[in-house]
Design a protein around this ligand. Structure first.
Ligand code: KG4
Ligand code: ZN
Length: 328
C-alpha cells in the first residue's frame, strides 16, 4: 500500500511516497532555511509564499523518484496542524485537490504524531508499546506515553520555550546563525564546557522550562557574570544543559510509566549529544530516527497516515487546518 505524505507546516515544503508505512520510496524536502536565515527566524508570510512556489515541483519530484503515478497511490496523508496557518493551508489544499481529483482517501495527520512515526521508518522491528516518546522540535517539547497506534497520554511539556526554539534563540545570541540547533552543535564540537549553566526547577516532574537557561546565556554574553567565555564553550555548556534535562526527565518518565522503550523525535532529536546522553543513561532500549528524518519531512506524515488508514480514520474534504493542535 502506497501513501503520499505532504508536509508544509513550517518552513520545509516536503512530499514523500511510503510503502506499507515503513519503506521510503521517495522523500523530497525543499528547505527554506536559507531564505529565512537573513531574518534570523521564520517569517510566516515569506514561508507560505515559498510553499506555494515549491509545492507542485516537490510533489512531482516525489512521485517521479518513487516511479509512481497518482493512480499507483492508495491514499493522501497531509499535516493539518499544528503549524503556521498560511503554511498549513498550502499543503492541505494541495492534498485535498489530489484526493478530489483521484477519489483517494484523505488522511489528516497531526504534525507531532508524524514526528514520532519517523521511528517506524526503519527496517528494524517496529517500536513496542507502551513507549515514552520525547517530541522535541522548534515549536514543541512534549513527553508522551504512547499506549498503541494513535493512543497517547500527555505526561509533560515545556512551560515556556520549546527546546528547538531555545537552540535557535541562543544561537542568535551567540551570533551563530539560523537554524540554531545544527549551528550550536557544530560550534560545540570539540569544545570543553568549562562552565555549568543552570537547570530549571519546575513543579511538574515531567515538565520543562528553557527560558531561564536562555537568560543565563544572555547575561553571560553581556559580560554580566564576569569574563565573556569563548563562543564554543558557551555553546557546549548550553547544549549540555539541554541534553541533561531532556534525558533526565524522559528516562524518569519511562521508568515510572512502565514503558518498554524510549523514542526520540523532532528536529532536536538530531542532536548527537542528546542521543548519546539518553542512550548512556537509559536502562531501556532507545530509538531515534536518522537525523534527516528527525527534521520535518513528508515520509513521517505518510508513515503516520498509514496507521490511520489501517484504523479507518479517514477525513472528509471539509478537513480544515488546526494551527494549535496538540497531541494529547
Ligand atoms: O521538527 P523540526 O524540523 O520543525 C518543527 O516542527 O519545529 O525542528 C526544527 C528545530 C529547530 O529549532 C532546529 O534548531 C532544531 O530543530 N534542530 C536541532 C538540530 N537540528 C535541528 N537542534 C539541536 N541539534 C540539532 N542537530
Ligand atoms: Zn516538525
Amino acid at each position: 500500500m502506497r501513501i503520499l505524505g505532504i508536509e508544509t507546516s513550517c518552513d520545509e515544503t516536503a512530499a514523500a511516497v511510503v510503502e506499507d508505512g515503513r519503506r521510503i520510496l521517495s522523500n523530497v524536502v525543499a528547505s527554506q532555511a536559507d531564505l529565512h536565515a537573513r531574518y534570523g527566524g521564520i517569517v510566516p508570510e515569506v514561508a507560505s509564499r515559498k510553499h506555494l512556489e515549491s509545492i507542485v515541483p516537490v510533489l512531482e519530484t516525489a512521485l517521479a523518484t518513487a516511479r509512481c503515478r497518482l493512480g499507483d497511490l492508495d491514499a493522501i496523508a497531509v499535516t493539518y496542524g499544528p503549524g503556521l496557518p498560511g503554511s498549513l493551508l498550502v499543503g492541505l489544499n494541495a492534498a485535498k485537490a489530489i484526493a478530489l481529483s483521484t477519489d483517494l482517501p484523505l488522511l489528516g495527520v497531526n504534525h507531532l504524531e508524524g514526528h514520532l512515526y519517523a521511528n517506524w521508518l526503519a527496517p528494524s522491528p517496529e517500536p513496542a508499546f507502551p513507549n515514552v516518546t520525547l517530541i522535541v522540535s522548534g515549536g514543541h517539547t512534549d513527553l508522551v506515553l504512547m499506549e498503541g497506534h494513535g493512543r497517547y497520554r500527555a505526561l509533560g511539556r515545556t512551560l515556556d520555550d520549546a527546546a528547538g526554539e531555545a537552540f535557535d534563540k541562543v544561537a542568535r545570541l551567540l551570533g551563530l546563525g539560523f537554524p540554531g540547533g545544527p549551528a550550536i552543535e557544530r560550534s560545540a564540537t570539540g569544545a570543553r564546557p568549562n562552565l555549568r549553566l543552570p537547570r530549571a526547577r519546575v513543579a511538574g516532574p515531567y515538565d520543562f522550562s528553557f527560558s531561564g537557561l536562555k537568560t543565563a546565556v544572555l547575561r553571560l554574553v553581556r559580560g554580566e557574570l564576569g569574563d565573556v567565555p569563548p563562543t564554543a564553550e558557551t555553546a557546549a555548556a548550553f547544549q549540555e544543559a539541554v541534553a541533561d534535562v531532556l534525558a533526565a526527565k524522559t528516562i524518569r518518565a519511562a521508568r515510572e510509566s512502565g514503558a518498554v522503550e524510549i523514542l526520540l523525535s523532532g528536529g532536536v532529536a538530531a542532536n548527537t549529544l542528546l542521543r548519546e546522553v539518553v542512550a548512556a543513561r537509559s536502562p531501556l532500549p532507545l530509538r531515534a530516527p536518522p537525523p534527516s528524518l528527525c527534521t520535518d519531512n513528508g515520509a513521517m506524515i505518510a508513515a503516520c497516515g498509514y496507521y490511520r488508514f489501517q484504523a479507518g480514520r479517514y477525513d472528509s474534504l471539509d478537513l480544515d487546518i488546526q494551527p494549535g493542535l496538540r497531541i494529547a
